[in-house]
Design a protein around this ligand. Structure first.
Ligand SMILES: NC(=O)C1=CN([C@@H]2O[C@H](COP(=O)(O)OP(=O)(O)OC[C@H]3O[C@@H](n4cnc5c(N)ncnc54)[C@H](O)[C@@H]3O)[C@@H](O)[C@H]2O)C=CC1
Ligand SMILES: O=C1C[C@@](O)(C(=O)O)C[C@@H](O)[C@@H]1O
Length: 313
């Protein structure tokens, strides 16, 4: 037997997340620290539940002894009303991807924002954040926009097929970052903004295995642009490939994926993870790891071969 004070039971609630690499990242790092830690995907599609059931799932998890959950699409906003406490940054972003269960209470955090920020520093060292055009203003996009402004972006153009969503995000961000220009622009007008931008970000699902393509015409890119993608399955999206071929500085979605996992692991356990080791493990899981670490022998066979996953994330 082990109580919730002696071991960790963690879940990921979201749709289409069965192939997520976040559970094996957490479990392998916990093994390295000698922690008893199980991390299960709770895939809404598999169990036939809607996103609105996230509150019921959290309460069931609490009653069954879970320590924490990661939360993903489509629940990052839906979960807000079920929290007892929320970290100020997550409140500002209005999206939560990590819920700690402490003394029966649900406490929400956003490690997508902190994870993107750390990944940006590692993957694009020394670039001018300056003027950015960002495609997508949903759950990931809200966190990334916040990160870019806190990194010093002076102009941020949000482009979303859901024009009202982009406009709402832009006005919230503009109110909190009065020294920056934050505006929603249409896809047509994005063309002229990309020409004048330092960097371009994809925070849409376009480029995922099941959603191929690029969110804008990559012919608009110049080698001087930096380009960031949040997608990590695949790591090499058509946008990342085109930008690399052109000679742009490129940040793939793996940096954010590792960053959010590192920060969530630290929150859940109170133990500082080895972020470089987690990144090497992540690269191994994606089949990119020429400098990969060995996955602990305790990891089940299925976790040692996550190459070319076809899942949502
Ligand atoms: N690397 C990481 O750690 C993370 C990666 N992600 C990835 O980010 C992507 C987006 O996820 P979420 O933000 O949760 O989804 P979401 O559904 O909340 O937001 C996506 C947004 O993109 C917009 N959109 C879709 N196609 C577009 C297009 N062609 N042009 C402009 N806007 C478009 C949608 O209207 C929506 O507002 C997914 O691929 C997900 O896997 C998400 C979270 C963390
Ligand atoms: O949205 C994402 C991606 C994720 O769901 C994954 O499967 O890796 C894990 C979440 O913590 C994060 O916020």
């Amino acid at each position: 037997m082990s109580t919730r004070n002696e071991s960790y039971l963690v879940g990921l609630i979201g749709d289409g997340i069965t192939q997520s690499l976040t559970p094996p990242m957490h479990e392998a790092e916990a093994d390295r620290h000698g922690l008893r830690y199980l991390y299960r995907p709770v895939d809404l599609g598999v169990i036939g539940r809607p996103g609105t059931s996230v509150g019921d799932l959290l309460r069931a998890g609490r009653d069954l002894g879970f320590n924490a959950f990661n939360i993903t699409h489509p629940c990052k906003q839906l979960v807000l009303e079920h929290l007892d406490e929320i970290d100020p940054r997550a409140e500002a972003i209005q999206a939560v991807n990590t819920v700690l269960i402490r003394e029966g209470k649900f406490i929400g955090y956003n490690t997508d924002c902190s994870g993107f920020t750390t990944g940006f520093g590692h993957g694009l060292p020394g670039v001018t954040v300056g003027s950015v055009v960002q495609f997508g203003s949903g759950g990931a996009g809200s966190a990334v926009a916040e990160a870019l402004l806190s990194l010093g972006a002076q102009r941020l153009c949000l482009v979303d097929v859901d024009v009202a969503r982009a406009a709402e995000r832009a006005s919230e961000l503009a109110a909190r970052y009065p020294d920056a220009v934050v505006e929603a622009v249409t896809a047509e007008r994005a063309t002229e903004h990309i020409a004048a931008a330092d960097g371009v970000v994809n925070a849409t699902p376009v480029g995922m295995h099941h959603h191929p393509g690029t969110p804008f015409d990559v012919g608009l890119l110049r080698p001087e642009h930096w380009v960031a993608d949040v997608i990590y399955l695949p790591l090499e999206t058509p946008l990342v490939r085109a930008a690399r071929a052109l000679g742009c500085s490129v940040l793939d979605g793996g940096h954010m994926a590792v960053g959010q996992a590192v920060d969530a692991f630290a929150l859940i356990t109170g133990v500082a993870p080895d972020s470089a080791r987690m990144r090497r493990h992540f690269l191994e899981l994606t089949g990119q790891g020429d400098d990969a670490v060995t996955v602990p022998a305790s990891a089940p066979e299925g976790e040692r071969n996550h190459e070319k996953q076809e899942g949502v994330l």
